[in-house]
Write a protein that binds this ligand. Sequence first.
Ligand code: FNR
Length: 190
Amino acid sequence: MTYQIGYLVGSLAKGSINRTLARALVASAPPDLEFTEVPIGNLPLYSWDYDADFPPEGRAFKRALEASDGLLFVSPEYNRSIPGALKNAIDWGSRPWGQNSFARRPTGIIGASPGGIGTAVMQSSMRGVLSFLDAPQLNSPEAYITYVADDFGPDGTVTNETTARFLRHYMDEYCAFVQRVLAANAPGHI
Ligand code: FNR
């Protein structure tokens, strides 16, 4: 069976290292997973004034989340937290009240930074947000990637064999997790 995975890149930068990481993750994933990017860069800044009538960008964003069997967040850490553009997108997806598009959808969180802790603090913030939104998260393995430019090609190739092996392992575990959550969500499952 094939599962549709929507991935969100938390950086709007053209040369984003997290976009490079996202390409590597797609290339490292088992064939059961099909990927579509869920773009976040065209969303206005969220306000609940929009709740009565979401604009087309907000509606398209929620449709893309809801068309996904699983979501994968590939994000930098900005000032020890979630980048504003990504938090804004999550706020859009969580509303209007009672129409939280993240609920019960399996998620993975991964990120790259040139620094040694590899987005660990951002990921910790994300876990609090996604828990509040009732989104199950892959807990293990954790994936804190210290980005070394020479390890990644522009097309998703990973030249460092240790990193390549870890990314394949991460995506295998993510795939198994998505399958488990979807099975648990299926009607009739207790
Ligand atoms: C950073 N950077 C950064 N790195 C980190 O490990 N922890 C942090 O808290 C921050 N804070 C931070 C804030 C802002 C506003 C910027 C622009 C950058 C450095 C960051 O990891 C680096 O710029 C990466 O290249 C960002 O990822 P993308 O945007 O290239 O995917």
